[in-house]
Design a protein around this ligand. Sequence first.
Ligand SMILES: NC(=O)c1ccc[n+]([C@@H]2O[C@H](COP(=O)([O-])OP(=O)(O)OC[C@H]3O[C@@H](n4cnc5c(N)ncnc54)[C@H](O)[C@@H]3O)[C@@H](O)[C@H]2O)c1
Length: 406
Amino acid sequence: MINVIGLGYIGLPTALMMASHGLEVVGTDYNTDLVDTLNSGRTTFKEDGLDELFAEALKAGIKFTTEYVRTDMYIISVPTPYDKFSKKVDPGYVVAAVKDVLKVCPPDATLVIESTVSPGTIDKHVRPVVEAWSAETGNKINLVHAPERIIPGNMVYELLHNNRTIGADDKAVGEEVKSRYASFCQGEIVVTDIRTAEMTKVVENTFRAVNIAFANELARICRHDGMDVYEIIRICNMHPRVNILQPGPGVGGHCISVDPWFLVGDYPSIAKVIDESMKTNDSQPSFVLNRIHEIMRENGITDYARVGLYGLTYKENVDDIRESPTLQLLEAQERHLAKPLKVFDPLVGKKVVESQVMDYDEFLKDTDMVVIMVKHDHIKASWDRLKGKVVLDCHNICPLEHVYHI
Ligand SMILES: NC(=O)c1ccc[n+]([C@@H]2O[C@H](COP(=O)([O-])OP(=O)(O)OC[C@H]3O[C@@H](n4cnc5c(N)ncnc54)[C@H](O)[C@@H]3O)[C@@H](O)[C@H]2O)c1
């Protein structure tokens, strides 16, 4: 039986996927509301295919509880934020979960850390806890790191098809864990050591952050001298070995905007490109805010109440708002003491910021300027609604005439 600890964006789909593929699974989360919701037959966030997977897992007998259970394998998928000051990973949630597992687990249990951690975190923060427990009880625990790569919006498909990495001290234990993941994963599963697995996960997200920062920097250079960044990228990408990403309003979520900081925190005198890239991405919402002011001036718009931000989530077609560029932009605006811009997001059903409007008609009413922060399918389905308004399109998706870009 597998006890999945932490039933958030990663733990829940993983637990459901394993249960629906024949493994006996108990999902544990210390958030009682979350566990109550799952036990009442409802999922806790929106994601393509998640409800169907949930129904299959329930049929297969998955259980949800706030208790840790005694079993031979644990998967820990709890948050790993970064310390805003030191930039290093904050291993507090992982260590706390490991300590709780050690209170109930039998000898020789396998403890799989799925949470993203910087290289060396398991050796530095988890291993000493496990070794102290071993010294006290005379028992052994198998440590494994199995980082997750799935992208919100396509989680169910990616769980089934992505390649995976498993890092273990002991190759045989790694192979055993691989066989459990292989019950549902059709991708290739590489077994390596723990530090390599830790580093690969962080490097993958860093690669993406650096490439996004490059596109964002190009947008700023082009804006500075009146060049069309989209046309320039389009032509550059016709080169057989060039593949530049598109610029955007910033980076959010709990991966690309967080994990690369771990390397900056751990290797401050070496990780220079990464540091600058993260600063570029982090300041992109302020760059958009400056563009909003420029365009307001150009169009004689003086009242902030007549400007609306479309989109509050950190990416399209998901309901996750964590670290979203829109939230970052509102924060930057607050620092300048301006009246907050109104916001609308069709996927965010409850009010999370004061200036949020819950209805699209109401959002568009008395709005002279719309800023497209997120490219939800919802907005693409009704471009006519924006006719006659000033539009700042941060994603170059709006087909209307006279649209502004970043
Ligand atoms: N969200 C993503 O897209 C994504 C993708 C890949 C990897 N990751 C990584 O996966 C990990 C989990 O991320 P997430 O987005 O699922 O986080 P989340 O905040 O959505 O979920 C974490 C859950 O863990 C629970 N929890 C925390 N400590 C606990 C404990 N000691 N015992 C029981 N429950 C506990 C919380 O209540 C919460 O429900 C992080 O390390 C993250 O970096 C996330």
